[in-house]
Design a protein around this ligand. Structure first.
Ligand code: NAP
Length: 295
């Protein structure tokens, strides 16, 4: 293996310790304990396990968390009522609606019901608009985690050619905006399923971020030897040797890439843990801003 492994798990542990220290200092100075409210609808096992991981991380950092759990049959009105209830709860600084909802058609309306000052996932149009304008905003956690990995690994971004594969509203598109902002200064190419000559573009890239949701999207023949690859993908593939019957893989051909390139994130243990750390950070920032403290 020649690539440097960018260990998101260990970086997230460091960040979570920093956040816990920040939470303790906030409490000492102001008596504030940041609070996160989570809305979980239905019993999707992946959603359940993400929510459990987020709540555990909150507890470990000294952040109070509370859950509104609704059945898959919950109506649009029930879900909106849960969000409005959390909006009105003074000790709740951040609200997270775990996606996907059983009825994806109402996701946008539910997200727009969140008080933007508590929108720690950064999905509300007000926060997206502020981010695009380069104003202070809650930045979506996965893109923020990707940038933190690159920063802390000292990967140069100013002037770098960065290819982002995937243009979703929660990962690829916000990443392309953040990376091209003044101060980060990357030159970004945002790719999707209609992109022609993807391999030609990735071969010219210094940094490639893959968020396609498809194993094998990036292979070793598509990259230069000095490339840095961030694998956002999380895919369950059948594996009879595991008790669960599956294992998690990313979107890239990790084994072959790790033999060739400069640096790469693993899956699991790369971007995923950073997403949770960024959620904690956004929640603490929400607590500070809402109470008039500098964030
Ligand atoms: P998504 O909404 O399904 O979007 C996937 C994007 O990838 C789309 O823009 C799609 O293009 C593009 N795409 C798919 N196959 C492609 C290909 N072969 N070539 C080029 N573009 C391709 O997915 P998402 O929500 O962004 O998630 C992406 C992956 O990241 C998933 O595996 C998800 O589980 C993972 N994820 C991980 C974290 C974490 O914390 N680690 C957080 C969020 C998501 P079109 O727009 O043309 O369809």
């Amino acid at each position: 293996m020649t690539a440097r492994i960018l260990d998101g798990k260990s970086l997230a542990t460091t960040l979570r310790a920093e956040i816990a220290a920040d939470v303790a200092a906030l409490y000492q100075q102001t008596g504030i304990v940041p609070g996160l409210g989570v809305v979980l609808v239905g019993d999707n096992p992946a959603s359940r396990s993400y929510v459990t991981a987020k709540e555990k991380a909150c507890t470990a950092a000294g952040i109070h968390s509370t859950e509104r759990r609704l059945p898959a049959s919950a109506s649009r009105e029930d879900i909106l009522a849960a969000v409005h209830d959390l909006n009105g709860q003074e000790p709740i600084d951040g609200i997270l609606v775990q996606l996907p909802l059983p009825d994806s058609a109402i996701e946008r309306e539910v997200i727009e019901a969140i008080d933007p000052a508590k929108d720690v996932d950064g999905f509300h149009p007000l926060n997206i608009g502020r981010m695009v304008l380069g104003l202070p905003a809650f930045v979506p956690c996965t893109p923020a985690g990707v940038i933190e990995i690159l920063r802390r690994a000292d990967v140069p971004l100013a002037g770098a050619a960065v290819v982002v594969i995937g243009r979703s509203q929660i990962v690829g598109r916000p990443l392309s905006i953040l990376l091209s902002q003044k101060g980060v200064d990357a030159t970004v190419t945002l790719c999707h399923t209609q992109t022609k000559n993807l391999a030609q573009l990735t071969r010219e890239a210094d940094v490639i971020i893959v968020a396609a949701g498809r194993p094998g999207t990036l292979t070793a023949d598509m990259v230069r030897a000095d490339a840095v690859v961030i694998d956002v993908g999380v895919n369950r593939v059948p594996d009879s040797s595991k008790a669960s019957g599956y294992r998690l893989v990313g979107d890239v051909d990790f084994e072959a890439l790790a033999q060739k390139i400069a640096a790469i994130t693993p899956v699991p243990g790369g971007v995923g843990p950073m997403t949770i750390a960024m959620l904690l950070r956004n929640t603490v920032n929400a607590a500070r801003r809402r109470r008039g403290e500098p964030a």
